[in-house]
Design a protein around this ligand. Sequence first.
Ligand code: DAH
Length: 345
Amino acid sequence: MKEKLEKLKLEALNEISNCSDESSLNNTKSKYLGKKSEFTIVMANMKDLSNEEKKEVGMCANVYRTILTESVENKLKEIKEKELNERLEKDKIDITLPSTKINVGTKHPINMVIEEMEDLFVSMGYDVVDGPEIDSDLHCFEMLNLPKGHPARDAQDSFYITEEMLLRPHTSPMQVRSMLANVEKKPFKLICPGKVYRRDDDATHSHQFTQIEGLVVGENISLADLKGTLEIFVKKMFGEDRTIRFRASYFPFTEPSYEVDVSCFSCNGKGCPLCKHTGWIEILGSGMVHPNVLSMCGFDPKKYTGFAFGIGIERVAMLKYGINDIRLFYTNDKRFLHNFDRKEI
Ligand code: DAH
C-alpha cells in the first residue's frame, strides 16, 4: 500500500505540474484527493491492515495529502498570477496617446465680475446674502422711503405681478430684508448680488440685469468709511491708478446721496469717447442710509448710522472688458463667451 501511495503521489505531482488552467487543476485535485480517488479507496482498505501497518500507511497517507494539497495550492497561485499578468499585458493603456479634447464651458463674464467682487468684499469682512427676485412693494419701495405716489418710483418702471408683488427693480429691498432679519439689531456688513428687472431694452439697458447691493450698519459709520471702501473697490477692480469722484445726487433711501465716478481708464482722465470727453465714468449710486429707513427697519438712527451702495454689474463688466452692447451678455453667442475662456498654453 505504501508503494501504491508513493506511485500515486509521483503521478499526481507530475500531473499537477502539467496543469495550465484552474479547471484542469480542479479535475486533477479531485482525481487524486477527491471522494472517488484511489487515495480514498486506499484509505477505506486500511481497516483490513494490522495495527503496525495501519500506523505506517497512515503516516504515509498524511504526507501524501499534505504534499499534494500544498502542490495544488502553489500551482493555483502560479496559474492566477500568470492569468493576471496576461490580462494586464492585454489591457495596457498607452498614456502617451493624445486625448480627445473635452469641450468645457466658460465662466460667464457677469459671474466672473460677481465672484471677483465677492472675494474682495469677503476679504473686508462682508457677508454675502441672497434674496428673492419677486418681492413686495413694501420692501422694494415703501420701506426704502419711497411711499406710493413718490415721483422717484416712475424712474424705475417696474414689472408688477399683482398690486403688491413685483419683479424687484433693484437689489435695495435687500437692505430692508437684511435689517429686518437682524433680530438683535447688531452692526453688520453685507453685499447682495442678484438679478433685477426694469422696463428697458436698448444697447446699454436690458429689461433684466444684475446689481450688487452693499450695506454697512454700525455705530459711527461715516461718509469717510463709504469713500474708503469704494476707493478700495475701484482700485482693485479697475487698477491702482484709478481715482474716484463723488457727485451729489438723490436717492430717497440715502441722505446724503452720491453718484460715484471713476477716472476714465481709456484716456486716464484726458477725455475720450468712452467717457464722453468728461474724463470720468459713472459706476454706482451710494449714500448714507436715510434715518427713516433705519428706523422703519428697527435700527435706532440716534445710535446707528450706515452707508449703502448699488453697483450695476453689467456696467462694470462692460468697462472692464471693453464690451459695447449689454445684450451680448444674454444672447449666449459662443463666439462672445469664448473670449473669456481660460487660455490654452
Ligand atoms: N437702487 C439704486 C438703483 O437701482 C442704486 C442705489 C443707489 C443703491 C444708492 C444704493 C444706494 O444702495 O445707496 O438705481
